[in-house]
Design a protein. Sequence first.
Length: 191
Amino acid sequence: MSTPLMLRGIVAFMILLVSACATPLKPALDSESETWQLQGKIGLWFNDKQESATIDWSQCNANKTRIRLSGPLGTGAIELSADQSGATLLQGGETIKADSIEALADRAAWPIPVDALRFWVRGRAQPTEKLDGRVNTNGQLEYLTQLGWQINYRYRTPFHQLPNKIMAESSSSRLTVIISDWYDQPKLCSQ
């Protein structure tokens, strides 16, 4: 075997070896994805109160939701979860069940439209409700008015499809979510 041919064979083998060890790229998570996880911070101002927490929200299609809030809440850590069988609130060692996650959020003194928020945090409007909004030249939602809330969006760059910050305001409440990380395969969904 001649040296140039042998060298080509070695280079081809090395390329094949390196590509076999490479981690495949995961598909991009976008605003249309129904399965996702976000982590970040959340703040809520209402009735002369200010609450803030870290948030870890896992969403498995429309079928399964888990929202963990922890940090300097007046009530400590809480977990809201919902599936086809109903909704559960875990707070201070107490378990409370209800038909909807909205009712439990109210009970936890977080008067926010959780069902709509699962769309809003992804830069989308809740599809079953009337809306007014504006999309920028990059196809990203800049603002949205829905269910009595005005929602404004910020993105890391023009190329990010998911927001990293939302600021929402109603007549009696203000909500800010700062998203530090997005994931496309929450562990919750494989359970």
